[in-house]
Write a protein that binds this ligand. Sequence first.
Ligand SMILES: Cc1cc2nc3c(=O)[nH]c(=O)nc-3n(C[C@H](O)[C@H](O)[C@H](O)COP(=O)(O)OP(=O)(O)OC[C@H]3O[C@@H](n4cnc5c(N)ncnc54)[C@H](O)[C@@H]3O)c2cc1C
Ligand code: FES
Length: 296
Amino acid sequence: MVKNDINVIIEKEDLAEKIVKLVIYNPQIALNAKAGQFVIIRVDPKGERIPLTIADSDKKAGSITLISMTIGKTTTLVEKMREGESITDVLGPLGKCSEIERFGHVVCIGGGLGIAPVFPILKEIKNAGNTVTTIIGARNEKLLILEEEMKACSDNFFICTDDGSKGFKGFVSMKLKELITASLNGTGNFPRPDRVIAIGPTLMMKSVCDVTRQYDIKTIVSLNSIMIDGTGMCGTCRVEVGTETKFACVDGPEFDGHLVNFNLLLARQNYFCEEEQLSMEEYKKENHTGACKLDL
Ligand SMILES: Cc1cc2nc3c(=O)[nH]c(=O)nc-3n(C[C@H](O)[C@H](O)[C@H](O)COP(=O)(O)OP(=O)(O)OC[C@H]3O[C@@H](n4cnc5c(N)ncnc54)[C@H](O)[C@@H]3O)c2cc1C
Ligand code: FES
């Protein structure tokens, strides 16, 4: 039986290759968490701070759920943590919560690890009385997560894989375009979307926005810029939205995707690439592990 100390991992589950789910005891965060918000964690006292979305929360149990994909040193450390161990710091809930209203027909898109952050939003959007179409995508079948959970909250549900190992062979943006075209041609039983919410790798969110811009469908994206303090003080998460400079940690992470300067975001995300590689190399040397860096 795991003791309920603050930030203790009360449950850990492997969801897919290099994707772990952690249920963490933190009643204060669980009480205040809303869809779209995130925490910044530090796995040990000397560790770096990384943001992870609150994928679920349970006020009664006092717990929050985080889903982490292993891509570098800190997420490797997260993957290695065990039930009963404590995370040194969990700061949150941070960021603005998602805009939840009755919009009509909402298409929720999760790509790769974006499937986890889109899940709490999808649940709230459905509870608000919207018709929900969900599209989830990953490189291959083995990387798909939360399939049954997402399907249960959706009126229409589509899976896409890059290699065609499950569902539609191709990107989520391609499936979206196919569905919108069908709705405009009156073929199929798919109403024109009133809003699209897309979360995933930056290039995926950019491609979705390129599609929806053509049809003037409002599209919300959640920006995964590099974050350090999460309080609007350090400026690391600076993004350009329309003519304005915004801080993703306090002004976002959700923004109108048609206004986001994705090229600048991509450039800033690669800013510390060398240091990240170095940190992983040193970790591998110290721990004699063959762990490798994966693409998000
Ligand atoms: C608001 C927000 C919510 C996120 N939610 C999730 C989530 O629920 N699950 C998940 O697995 N990942 C999530 N991420 C991404 C996650 O923070 C990075 O994968 C993680 O920081 C990588 O750290 P690393 O040391 O393992 O990898 P590194 O090798 O250090 O970095 C790999 C890549 O991760 C990104 N990254 C690195 N450090 C940071 C940082 N401090 N802040 C943001 N991005 C960083 C960069 O693009 C970098 O190139 C989220 C990011 C943001 C901004
Ligand atoms: S993370 Fe420092 S300002 Fe946003």
